[in-house]
Write a protein that binds this ligand. Structure first.
Ligand SMILES: NC(=O)c1ccc[n+]([C@@H]2O[C@H](COP(=O)([O-])OP(=O)(O)OC[C@H]3O[C@@H](n4cnc5c(N)ncnc54)[C@H](OP(=O)(O)O)[C@@H]3O)[C@@H](O)[C@H]2O)c1
Length: 258
């Protein structure tokens, strides 16, 4: 992987009360970053901030619901006043709800679109004017390998993650022109509260700390796309390239019993 020197500055991580965002916040603070950690739950964020007291950097709890655009704009203002301009944003807040064809209901699609997709867009809307004016900054959008190709039970989740992948690809060339580095993070399976509820086997499941390490290394690289674990990413990249009949021959086997 091509790596470059990164200077610890101000980072903003959404979805930092648990899982990947929580582990990444600690990893970045350990390296000297001043991290603003956001999620809806104030208590775990306060504990996270407290747990960072011995680390080289710091973690500041900024409770926030990313589905509320006005609150997102206010949070960015608060963070930049307290910790300085955001050098690295990690737009990671997200959730998953399995969907089956029988009993399909619009609510799951709407809720996930509001959080995974629009929550990310609200953050971009609040961040970009400042970064464009400063002609610099880094943004990582967390999508998923599930966004590569439609997978059984992931109709709503995959819809949002495929949307994020496309959105990031669309924005990157233009943001390059402003000196803003946009990266796309596509994790496979990582052991977090989000995957704890999965009833199916999860190939190449990664521990949260290992995933946060790979995530952080990726942020310090020049790569557009950060993937982990690599073996699952390669398999899904092949699946993405298969002609539809072959791909369905694979994904049909992943349909769970009714
Ligand atoms: N784990 C995996 O295998 C995996 C694989 C691919 C992609 N991902 C992606 O990685 C990201 C992190 O997932 P995770 O596995 O770490 O799951 P997680 O432990 O459930 O973390 C999700 C985070 O998002 C926050 N969040 C949820 N709704 C929010 C809202 N409206 N506003 C602000 N924050 C909100 C949650 O905190 P509150 O509930 O306190 O708000 C929590 O901090 C997600 O985007 C997920 O889709 C995960």
């Amino acid at each position: 992987m091509t790596t470059e020197q990164t200077t610890a500055g101000c980072a903003w991580i959404t979805g930092a009360s648990s899982g990947l965002g929580h582990a990444l916040a600690r990893r970045m603070a350990a390296d000297g970053w001043r991290v603003a950690a956001s999620a809806r739950s104030a208590d775990p964020l306060a504990e996270l901030a407290k747990s960072a007291q011995d680390l080289k950097g710091e973690i500041r709890a900024i409770p926030l619901d990313v589905t509320d655009p006005a609150a997102v704009t206010a949070a960015v203002g608060t963070i930049e006043q307290a910790l300085g301009p955001i050098d690295q944003a990690v737009l990671n807040a997200g959730s998953h709800q399995p969907v089956r064809a029988a009993g399909l209901a619009a609510a799951a699609f709407r809720d996930l679109a509001e959080l995974n997709l629009m929550g990310t867009v609200h953050c971009l809307e609040a961040l970009l004017p400042g970064m464009i004016a400063r002609r610099g900054g880094r943004i990582a959008v967390v999508a998923s390998l599930a966004g590569y190709r439609g997978l059984p039970t992931s109709a709503a989740y995959g819809m949002t993650k495929a949307g994020l992948i496309n959105m990031a690809e669309a924005l990157k060339p233009e943001l390059d022109g402003y000196g803003i580095r946009l990266q796309l993070v596509n994790p496979g399976f990582v052991r977090t509260p989000l995957t704890d509820k999965n009833p199916f086997p999860m190939p190449f499941l990664m521990e949260t700390e290992d995933a946060a390490e790979a995530f952080y290394r990726g942020l310090g690289s020049k790569r557009f796309e950060i993937v982990f674990p690599r073996r699952l990413a390669y398999l899904l990249k092949i699946l993405r390239c298969l002609p539809a009949p072959l791909a369905f021959a694979v994904t049909r086997r992943l349909v769970p019993e009714p």
